[in-house]
Ligand binder design. Sequence first.
Ligand code: CA
Length: 497
Amino acid sequence: MLRRIMKQIRPFLLLVSLLLAARCMAADRPNVIYILSDDVGYGDIGCYGANQVKTPNLDRLAREGLRFTDAHATASVCTPTRFAFMTGRYAWRQPGTGIAAGNATLLIPVGTPTVASVLKAAGYRTGIVGKWHLGLGETPPDFNREIKPGPNELGFDYSFIIPATGDRTPCVFVEDRFVVGLDPKDPIAVSYGQRIGSDPTGVERPDLLKIKAGPGHGQAIINGISRIGYMTGGQKARWVDEDIADTLTKKAVAFIERQKAGQPFFLYLAPHDIHEPMVPHPRFRGTSGCGWRGDVIHQLDWSVGEVLAALDRLGLAQDTLVIFTSDNGGAIKNTYDDGTNDLHAKQPPNGVLRGFKGALYEGGNRVPFLARWPGRIPAGGESAALMAHLDTLPMLAALAGQKIPAGGSPDGVNVLAALLGEKGAKGRETLVLQNNHQAPLALRVGTWKLIQRPNGSSELYDLASDLKEEHDLAARETERVKTMTAQLAAERAKSGG
Ligand code: CA
């Protein structure tokens, strides 16, 4: 009798045990919050040596997690770094992935495996809040209609984005394909190139500006700040720069609060800070003693603190991997007059590193990188593993136990062991670095770094003994230059170009 009952319920028992196993696996997979800040340099936060600005929340992440000292934005400017972050593919393999205009079309073909689509396939609820800057639509987008394809077609269940950058038109937020707060009777037009509308520009009326701007940022005046690009209409939808950090932080926290038991989430939080224009909310003004640049670092730190507080409040801290990093090194020559130079004198944005945003030197791409996952990542440690934002997709796919579709992430390396601080995990062996262009490039092999010059010659540095890139060894190490040049050429040839 018992045997018969057992036989009858065996399939059911099997199903229950399978479900339990799946649940166990799901419980092992943490939520992931990846905070990709903008233009924050290696020397810009306390736990990396900044002593003027105060970043208690970022320092907390370092104290409770792992601090990486050789992590890199794959490029030294926004768009190609974000392209590589999303796809695990070097941006220099695809022409047209330099800094995108505000009306650029979507740079990542729909169907490309992305960090969001892979985590979504693994059962994650996925969201992006903040700067996108990877283009939208198949043709230059009409911001008065549904705007697609975009992040929602690349794996994000939810999106609340700055379409391009804070210093480019259109100065509006787009939430799940629609401009937020748009009055249909006041349609938006955007132009890069031909002037539109009759509003004065920043170049014509500097007296209307709250911060002075160079001619490159001298077009549409929005909220008393002139921008790159023209824009008319959409008055009610236009953002107020002073409130951007508050808005993005609120949206990020709301996304976290929508957490459902049993389903992990992935939040890609891309703050506007500390990209220019650096316009702190009044409550942060003057708090750093380092001009508005220092004040927006305080603002960014506050945002991170709000996210950490939300995790604490919801009891999610233990189950959430939090990563904080930056999309490129600190900028030195901002074109807005925002008090930046005060900070440079007191505290170099990139610490001891040579170069800055846009360069192939370390100051362009070596960035802060903090990872916290209580109980899984050792607290308070430091790691010299070589890693890049390019590795995010394979690393998080491995974390989620999800297979990457064929052809996905051709250049990313699974550096999960390094992220988790496992003994002996060294990260990548080699890494190609770029600026805004497809050439020249730089190549890391171990601690050696080859930098191609536009004229075809090269520089060579041994970062183990010369982190500041002061001693060019190319003339002495001719064989190594030859080998590394060939390696770089082979890497390039993989894409047929
Ligand atoms: Ca940037």
